[in-house]
Design a protein around this ligand. Structure first.
Ligand code: NAP
Length: 485
């Protein structure tokens, strides 16, 4: 066991204007690893949502006026504190999410501190331009923060996905109100405490807890200038409508996916490929927006490849997030596991064949879903259409290049895609033809670097997180004119 879950003492409060305050309505937070209550958390009342936004409004001008290098320095100190508290943060994360402790230590915490350093360094590197005008005038652009940014994040990678928002927003000089998922609230509270300890002024980074209704109240608040969201496409659409109805606020949306793994006959080493494709759908038990959830494979190697993927899937080990042997964590809650099960069953009823898995597994008091492969579905099958957000791989076979690309292109989603072939021209042609915000060639999965923008086409999103665009969206630009007499 990496840690004893009974010895973790999670912080349950909100952070508003630099103060710890108790939320109002108590709601239970559970551990998916053993279906047990961890602690009730108080959700923010409407008055507390208002207080958080007002605190951010009050703090924003001072934060924006700080010398950019000072902001960068404070964010670097914040990053150092995140690293220094890696084990504590990882315990808070693993206790209530599906993130395996060792992975949180090796990856998630380092991403959070790295993102703070990366975006902190942008603070003094964005300059404006002098634009060409007649000699009797001078015109130049300056970039300014929006003011108050509302950030709303999901439960699957709570710390990482929150940091993709608060780090660049803060670096650009905005004040932030973060609402994490009600299922995984603890790490966000601790991060806001560390920000205060690092010296960020009170009110610059606020955290409120609650469900979708609290998120909705935050989005609709007239004191919010910009909304940044990661979550499902359905919620993203609601947020866009709410932001439009309450002041035409700008929004950026990181939404769902249904990523294809497009595999051509000449893809090479099938053992390596099988391991990568299995990982692409079983990592975090498939609770990943960029999961490679559709295998679109050329007929010549389909049987051999799927047999090898099934073999890899059989070797995976279920376990609690704090279990040292586990590489398949639990599904986040009963509602989600019931949804996965119902889609698999509906797909079987439509004629899909279960190549492996296909059922839920009860193991040491938690709920897991067996790594599953389905084949023989029609292109409009539910298992192809819907984001399942579990370890379920839907297999489709093709003969020609055009047929493969047509299957890879999803009617609604376009977050990520992989192309596997040793023919560089074929790889490039496929990458051009696939409608997706990211295309990996002979690879799957986000690396821990921060430079590549990430965000979807179609119903998978609007705007980018990470990289330069992930910083610049937190600024607006102003043209200033001076008449020369
Ligand atoms: P979700 O149900 O859409 O919730 C996301 C966040 O929005 C949560 O904090 C949620 O609060 C809040 N929320 C719900 N309704 C709201 C409303 N009307 N107004 C404002 N906030 C509201 O998504 P999820 O189930 O947590 O996360 C899984 C989804 O996120 C998947 O579709 C996945 O693909 C997507 N995702 C996308 C990316 C990406 O980068 N593209 C990354 C990760 C996940 P509660 O949780 O408290 O209800």
């Amino acid at each position: 066991m990496y840690f004893d879950p009974d010895l973790v003492n999670p912080p349950t409060h909100l952070i508003i204007g630099g103060e710890r305050c108790a939320g109002v309505t108590l709601n239970d937070v559970h551990s998916p690893s053993r279906h047990a209550l961890v602690r009730p958390v108080g959700w923010a009342s409407d008055a507390q949502v208002d207080q958080a936004v007002q605190s951010a409004r009050l703090a924003a001008p001072g934060w924006a006026a700080l010398a950019p290098r000072e902001r960068a320095g404070l964010l670097a100190r914040f990053a150092d504190l995140v690293d220094a508290h890696a084990e504590e943060l990882a315990r808070l994360e693993s206790l209530v999410s599906a993130r395996i402790y060792s992975e949180v230590i090796a990856r998630d915490v380092k991403v959070v501190s790295g993102v703070l350093r990366y975006f902190g360094e942008f603070a003094d590197k964005i300059d404006g331009a002098v634009t060409p005008t007649p000699r009797n005038s001078l015109s130049f652009t300056v970039h300014e923060p929006h003011g108050v940014v509302a950030a709303i994040s999901p439960w699957n990678f709570p710390m990482i996905l929150s940091s993709w928002k608060f780090a660049p927003a803060l670096a650009a000089g905005n004040a932030v109100v973060l609402k994490p998922s009600e299922l995984t609230p603890f790490s966000a509270t601790r991060l806001a405490e560390l920000a205060l300890e690092a010296g960020l002024p009170a009110g610059v980074f606020n955290v409120i807890h609650g469900d979708g209704a609290v998120g909705d109240a935050l989005v609709r608040h007239r004191g919010v200038d910009y909304v940044t969201f990661t979550g499902s496409s359905a919620t993203g659409a609601r947020i866009m409508a709410a932001a439009a109805e309450t002041g035409l606020k700008q929004v950026s949306l990181e939404l769902g996916g249904k990523g294809p793994q497009l595999v051509f006959d000449d893809a090479g080493d099938l053992d390596r490929l099988a391991a990568m494709i299995a990982r692409g759908i079983t990592y975090n038990s498939g609770q990943v927006c960029f999961a490679g959830s559709r295998l679109v494979v050329q007929r010549g190697i389909a049987d051999r490849l799927t047999a090898k993927i099934a073999e890899t899937m059989h070797g995976l080990q279920f376990g609690e997030t704090w279990n040292t042997a586990a590489n398949m964590p639990p599904i986040i809650n009963e509602r989600q596991i019931a949804r996965i099960d119902s889609i698999v069953q509906a797909s079987v009823a439509e004629g899909a064949k279960v190549v492996c898995g296909g059922e839920r597994i009860a193991h040491d008091g938690a709920s897991f879903f067996a790594p599953t492969m389905l084949s023989g579905m029609a292109p409009d099958s539910i298992a192809i259409r819907e984001e399942i957000f579990g370890p379920v791989l839907a297999v489709q076979e093709f003969d020609s290049f055009d047929e493969g690309v047509a299957l890879a292109n999803h009617a609604e989603y376009g977050l990520t895609a992989s192309v596997h072939t040793r023919d560089i021209s074929q790889a490039f042609k496929a990458a051009q033809a696939i409608e997706s915000g990211t295309v990996w060639i002979n690879d799957w999965g986000r690396r821990t670097d921060f430079t590549a923008p990430f965000g979807g086409y179609k119903r998978s999103g609007l705007g980018k997180d990470m990289g330069r665009p992930g910083f610049e969206k937190y600024l607006k630009s102003k043209a200033i004119w001076l008449e020369i007499e």
